[in-house]
Design a protein around this ligand. Structure first.
Ligand SMILES: C[S@@+](CC[C@H](N)C(=O)[O-])C[C@H]1O[C@@H](n2cnc3c(N)ncnc32)[C@H](O)[C@@H]1O
Length: 371
């Protein structure tokens, strides 16, 4: 028999009070539009969909009036709401990870007797991921010449180049007229003297006219964007050619391909769940896709870079320069590092990964998209 979604049952399933649901009904936000034969008011599938949107927006801190405007907007359908909510939740999760990092830093400083300034205490509240971890970035993140050659080759004869999510300026070609875009002030401040001019903005809203650059490039950044497809379309809008270096975390079996995610840090799966696949990204801008192998001695210390040098992951500065380690949280990080350390000293890692020693480069899902 089909279950009737009465007010009491819906309150129980959604974990809210019956009073809250009555209030939403009274203000016209979500109305149980059906009735049982006995006259009890029940929620239809459409009512439940609307209620779910309302409750998630509410949990994200939106006000009821603002939510009413959002759920009544005829231009946004249920799928668009889900994409929007997904981006907002990821943003909230990254912000929480950044706050945990900032609080950890303050706790360490206090334990050492270092006095925290009122300014740094307030900064914890506004912590953004790269504001919190960005200063650790340049220690190990630099242009890897073999990957740079692929990116620059893909830029073709472009003279004016926009570098989106530019960070401290790695991979910016020196022989072209580059403009950088980077939302994090901490990252912008780390651009070397003489680097290309850098504008504080996000990929999803590029402050440039249509077709104002020969090419736009984005390196190791798309996975941070709240709406990667909107960001790529913006790049397409402002440039005649688009070159993106990213990883294919959605490919079947990717988690098993890299020993670090397979055997030590499975939590990474949760970070990429629901993100657009690299195929979807490529389709959004009509790009062709080329695999990029990672050399064994890769000089850019991104997450997969040390696939043949596992002991590097035991090094705190190496991890701090890769956002994944902050985003999985301190418990998962500690567990993964302890377990890897044990396996390296017992010889278990070497036994399980013996085939890697013979490889000069590994295919771990890195991709170049060119449109
Ligand atoms: C891993 S770093 C890569 C930086 C640089 N492209 C490189 O290869 O060294 C990722 C960068 O993306 C930036 N970022 C995060 N969200 C962004 C967004 N929505 N639009 C543009 N950049 C963003 C971060 O602030 C950070 O500097």
């Amino acid at each position: 028999m089909e279950e009737h979604l009465t007010v009491g049952r819906v309150a129980e399933l959604a974990g809210v009070s019956v009073r809250t649901l009555h209030h939403y009904d009274e203000i016209g936000l979500v109305h149980p539009s059906e009735r049982t034969a006995a006259g009890y008011r029940t929620y239809s599938a459409g009512d439940v969909e609307r209620l779910r949107e309302v409750l998630v927006y509410r949990r994200l801190g939106f006000g009821l009036r603002e939510i009413a405007g959002l759920v009544d907007d005829p231009a946004i359908d249920a799928v668009a709401h889900l994409h929007r909510l997904h981006g907002l939740l990821l943003e909230q999760r990254d912000r929480a990870a950044a706050m945990v990092t900032a609080i950890d830093t303050e706790l360490r400083e206090r334990a050492m007797g270092i006095k925290t300034t009122p300014e740094s205490q307030l900064k914890v509240l506004g912590a953004q991921l790269y504001e919190a971890i960005g200063s650790a970035y340049p220690a190990t993140r630099r242009t890897e010449p073999r990957i740079a050659a692929r990116i620059w080759d893909a830029l073709g004869d472009a003279q004016t180049v926009l570098n989106v999510g530019a960070g401290a300026g790695s991979y910016e070609p020196l022989d072209r007229d580059v403009t950088a875009v980077e939302p994090s002030a901490v990252m912008r401040a780390q651009r070397p003297a003489g680097a290309a001019r850098c504008v504080g903005a996000s990929a999803e809203g590029l402050p440039f006219e249509d077709q104002s650059f020969d090419a736009a490039m984005a390196v190791s950044t798309v996975h941070h964007w709240h709406d990667p497809i909107a960001g790529l379309r913006e790049m397409r809008r402002v440039a005649r050619r688009v070159v993106v270096f990213t990883h294919d975390a959605s490919a079947p079996g990717w988690r098993h391909r890299f020993w670090l995610t397979r055997d030590y840090l499975p939590e990474v799966a949760g970070l990429v769940a629901g993100r657009p696949s690299v195929d979807q990204l490529a389709r959004a801008i009509g790009a062709r896709m080329e695999p990029v192998l990672i050399p064994w001695d890769c000089s850019d210390g991104f997450f997969e870079a040390y696939w043949r040098r596992p002991e590097e992951y035991l090094d705190e500065p190496v991890r701090r320069a890769v956002s994944v380690w902050t985003r999985v949280g301190p418990d998962a990080e500690q567990r993964a590092v302890d377990s890897l350390r044990d396996d390296l000293s017992s010889g278990r890692w070497a036994e399980l990964n013996s085939e890697l020693v013979a490889l000069d480069a590994a295919e771990l899902g890195l991709r170049l998209l060119v449109a």
